[in-house]
Design a protein around this ligand. Sequence first.
Ligand code: GLY
Length: 382
Amino acid sequence: MIQNKRSLNERIHCAFAFASKQLRHLLSAHPDYFPMYTRNGKWKHGGEAWTNWCEGFLGGQLWLMYTYTKEAWWRDQAIHYSRLIEHRKTDKTVHDLGFLFWSTWKRWYDHSPESFINDVIVEAGRTAGSRFRARGQYLPSFVSGESLFIDIMMNVGIIFYAARQSGDMTLWENAARHCHTTRRYLIRGDGSSAHEGLFDRETGEFTRQTTHQGWRGDSSWARGLTWAIYGFGTVFRFTGDSRFLRTAEDCAAFYIERSPAHGVPPNDWSEPDPAHPYESSAAAIAASAFLQLADLTTDAVRGRMYRGYALTILDTLLQSNFLAIDTPNWEGILKRGIYHQDKGLGVNESVMWGEYFFLEALLDALHSLSDKKPSVSARPAC
Ligand code: GLY
C-alpha cells in the first residue's frame, strides 16, 4: 500500500530524469541500433535475438519521453526511430507488428493525426491480420503454423484498429476469433495462462499446452500472464465484449494471488527456488495493465484495488534494487528482467520492453496522481 503519494510522484519524476540520461547515452553511443536485452548491463553485444519483436520499444520510449517532456528533441528522435522500422509494416514472418507499430507510429499519430501515419498503422494491422488461420481460428506465432502464443494478445489491437479504419469486417471478425480461441485454449479456470497452444495443422484441432519461456506446459509464465491481462483489457476497449474484460480480470486475480506483496513475480510461479527470483519486465507490464484495468472495470472497489496494486508495483520498481540509478555503468533503466531463461538470453538484465512498459506505467501513474488531464494519454488511444 502506498502511504505517501507526494513522494511517489517525486520519485517518478526522478526516474524520468534517469531514463532521459540512459536513453540519451544509448542514442549517442549506438546510433540507429535496436537493442533487445543487456549483457552485464550493456546494450550492445552479439547475443542471440531468438526473434525480432523489439524494434518498436526504443522509438516507443522516445515517444513517451516526448509526451512527458514536450521537448522537440525527443519528438525528432522518436520520429527518426519510428521511420527506421517502417519497412516492417509488410513483415509477415513475425506475430509482433502490434508491438512494433502501436508503440511508435500509433503514438506518433496520436500526437500528429496525419493520414500518411495512419496509413502505415493500418497496413501493419492488415499484415498482422493476414496471418490468420481458418483451421484452428487463430493467428499463429512466428515459431510455426501450429503454434499459438499468449503474447499475440498484445498484437491484435492493431488488427481491430486497421479493420475499423478500413471497414473490413472479415479482418475484425478474424481478430475476434483469435481472441476467443486464445481465451478458450490458453486461459485456465484459475486465471493462469499457458504460454503456447499447439494445434493440428490439418484439422485445426487443439492438441496441448506447452511453453518456451516458462517453467512447464502446465505452469504460468509470468510475462505471458501479463500479456493476457493487458491484451484482453485492450481487446475489451476495442470490442466492448465483457467476456474479454472478465478474462483480463481473472488473469489479474491470479497475478495478485500468486505474487509476493511487493508485486514483482518470478519468471514462472511454478518454478521451485529460481536462481533469479524476479522478472521485473513482467511487473512493469502488469503495472500498466492494472492501471488500464482500473479504468475499464465496472466495479469501483476493484478499480481502486487495481490502481493501488499498480502503484505498489511501481513503488517497488522505483527502489534501487530494480531501478539502475545507483548501479555504476549499467546502461538500462530497470534491472532484473528476464528474456528467455531456458536459452540463457537476457537473464537478470535490462530488457527493452521492460523499459518501455515501465515508462508507460510511470506516465499513466503520474497522470492519475495529478489533477490535470493530459492532452495525449500514456497509452495509445484505441
Ligand atoms: N516473445 C515475447 C516475449 O518474450 O515476451
